[in-house]
Design a protein around this ligand. Structure first.
Ligand SMILES: *[C@@H]1O[C@H](CO)[C@@H](O)[C@H](O)[C@H]1NC(C)=O
Length: 600
């Protein structure tokens, strides 16, 4: 590749109009072309800007007649709707008694999916329905559609818990709030009720309660386009491929229904410039930075291939930063993510990123008595994977056990997800034997939840040995259960969770004279070891000698931190505020629209 490049340059110069004109005219010509392209791009953007919103939200002038005529038939004929389906659907959703009935996804297993715009019987029988179809003054009491763009809403992971809790609190914030979910489905059998049932069984979030689900509209994205935003299908140009794919999928979503507030909980930032054309607020919940500065720094530019790669990544980074300009509210899931996002987006994001911790799903009221007497048990809840550093733990534990006659019992509880993980367990058992600590170590592999809860309620200490764990939900569980955390001093445990307490307030890490809520260690094997904290075996010795009053104070501090920052209702309170702020911005933005678009 490096051998070919000079040739390419020669080719290009040969294609010009000779050496003389090139030096005299070449530069101005190139400059002119560049300027021309800029002007053209600007003009195209302006044209789209002027017409896109009108195209998507303003229905044909006789739309109410068309709907009135179709009420008996139960569907609006395709010939009437044409390309204006989205604008019709928006009017219908805003007027409907049960907006959910206007979902594009099938409602039940046995209903048939259709692209027709159906009309609900309940609305046909409602004398005020036709009236509610009218456009509304921005200041009037009106419904608002909160659009959650989350194409993989069926993944049932941590990101999806955030999505559904956010949906729940959006609906709770006001009766006027509607939610639209833009999503692919795992198969064509999936329907609205099966999704909502799985949300209830997986996360315990009941969207059937109080008829909340009537206000959720599902916009099914065409599963044929799934590959477009799947990282795995873009082997080489993953980021740009996904970026273009997501813009396309987003555009398709908007043609089906334009929301009043756009909320991205999946992490598809390249859609924001498109959405911003609609003069609606954009809320981004960031789990993880798409490109980080670390990634760029790792690239060197010592070969043409690497140089090309460097240029590619740098331009992607620039685009990523550009996209951030279109966000109105940036929310991050942790301090770690927030620090990265601040360093990448800097001042370009309109409002500086705020941390909103994801809901943990732990119901602290179910925990019996966190401050009760505990067993001499050290608990480590972690999958059996190398980065969890069980080996280090065993070695340090052996170092501590040698120095005491009756050491703690060490309980290693975790799941194995692959053959490799199972081998890890075997190796660890062998290591425990070699270190002569087998009799003190209990392995609980793939234990049922009941066993986990039992250990949680009885252990005096809870461990987290991983380096740079972005969060560490098990540490929160330890604290809520009254187990004192002993954690590696990095990322989530250090910055977000094991925080000190002063006068019943959670204070910053390292605050002097505050009561700690746990202990920290570091290890010479850490990639960024500076020796600022004691080693794990030293901390274990200290923990063993802790007197009762001290232990109680630390436990109480842990309870306070865990409840204040990660309690059941914390996410709900914060999300409710986000919703309220978004509504304010929505009104401001709506007033910057043209007269017609302002009321639709
Ligand atoms: C934030 O999201 C990332 C990526 O999904 C995850 O690794 C991390 O644990 C999350 N943080 C919290 C606080 O849940």
């Amino acid at each position: 590749m490096s051998g070919q490049t000079p040739l390419m340059i020669r080719d290009v110069s040969g294609a010009g109009s000779g050496p003389v004109s090139r030096s005299v005219l070449g530069l101005p010509t190139a400059f002119g072309t560049f300027l021309g392209a800029l002007v053209l791009a600007w003009a195209v953007y302006k044209c789209i800007d002027a017409s896109l919103l009108r195209f998507l939200v303003v229905p044909p002038h006789n739309y109410r007649d068309a709907i009135a005529r179709s009420l008996e038939k139960g569907a609006i004929p395709e010939s009437v709707v044409g390309v204006k389906g989205g604008s019709f659907r928006r009017r219908l959703v805003l007027a409907a008694q049960k907006p959910q009935l206007y979902s594009t996804m099938k409602l039940n297993r046995d209903s048939v999916a259709t692209s027709k715009l159906r009309l609900a019987r309940i609305d046909k029988d409602d004398p005020n329905f036709m009236d509610r179809l009218r456009p509304a003054d921005p200041h009037a009491k009106r419904r608002l559609v909160f659009g959650y763009f989350h194409p993989y809403s069926d993944a049932n992971g941590g990101g999806e818990r955030v999505l559904w809790e956010a949906v729940y609190y959006t609906l709770k914030q006001s009766e006027q709030n509607l939610v639209a979910i833009y999503t692919f489905t795992a198969s064509d059998d999936v329907c609205v009720s099966s999704i909502l049932q799985s949300v209830r069984s997986t996360f315990g979030i009941d969207l059937f309660a109080d008829g909340l689900n009537d206000r959720i509209i599902f916009i099914q994205l065409n599963n044929r386009y799934k590959w477009l935003i799947d990282g795995a299908s873009w082997k080489h140009f993953t980021i740009i491929g996904q970026a273009l794919g997501s813009v396309f999928v987003c555009f398709r979503s908007l043609t089906k229904l334009v929301p009043d507030v756009f909320i991205d909980t999946q992490g598809l930032p390249f859609c924001y410039p498109l959405v911003a054309l609609l003069r609606i607020p954009v809320v981004a919940y960031v789990h993880y930075p798409l490109i980080s500065a670390d990634m760029l720094n790792k690239l060197s530019s010592n070969s043409v291939y690497h140089l090309a790669k460097y240029v590619y990544w740098t331009s992607m980074m620039k685009l990523y930063q550009l996209a951030a300009n279109f966000i109105d509210y940036t929310l991050c899931n942790s301090t770690w993510t927030c620090n990265h996002i601040r360093s990448i987006w800097g001042s370009s994001a309109q409002t500086s990123p705020q941390i909103v911790y994801p809901p943990t799903g732990i119901d602290e009221s179910k925990i019996a008595d966190p401050l009760a007497e505990k067993d001499r048990v050290l608990l480590y809840l972690a999958q059996f994977r190398p980065e969890k550093r069980h080996r280090l733990l065993l070695q340090e534990f052996a170092g501590y056990a040698k120095k005491t006659s009756e050491p703690f019992k060490l309980a290693l509880i975790g799941s194995t997800r692959s053959k490799q993980d199972e081998e890890t367990v075997q190796e660890l058992k062998l290591l425990a034997e070699q270190l002569d600590i087998s009799s003190h170590v209990a392995f609980e592999v793939n234990a049922p939840r009941k066993t986990v809860d039992k250990y949680l309620s009885q252990a005096a200490f809870g461990l987290n040995v991983m380096w740079n764990e972005h969060f560490g939900i098990s540490v929160v569980e330890y604290m809520l259960n009254g187990a004192i955390p002993i954690v590696h001093a990095s990322a989530g445990p250090l910055l977000d969770i094991v925080l000190p307490v002063e006068n019943d307030e959670v204070v910053a890490p390292g605050t002097e004279h505050a009561t700690p809520s746990g202990f920290f260690f570091t290890d010479p094997s850490d990639p960024d070891y500076k020796g600022l904290f004691p080693s794990l075996s030293e901390v274990l010795i200290k923990a063993d000698r802790l007197d009762k009053d001290e232990a109680t104070a630390i436990r109480k501090a842990g309870q306070l931190v865990a409840r204040k920052k990660f309690g059941m209702d914390v996410f709900g309170k914060e999300w409710t505020q986000v919703v309220a702020l978004a509504k304010k911005t929505e009104l401001e933005k709506r007033q910057t629209r043209n007269k017609v678009e302002m009321v639709y």
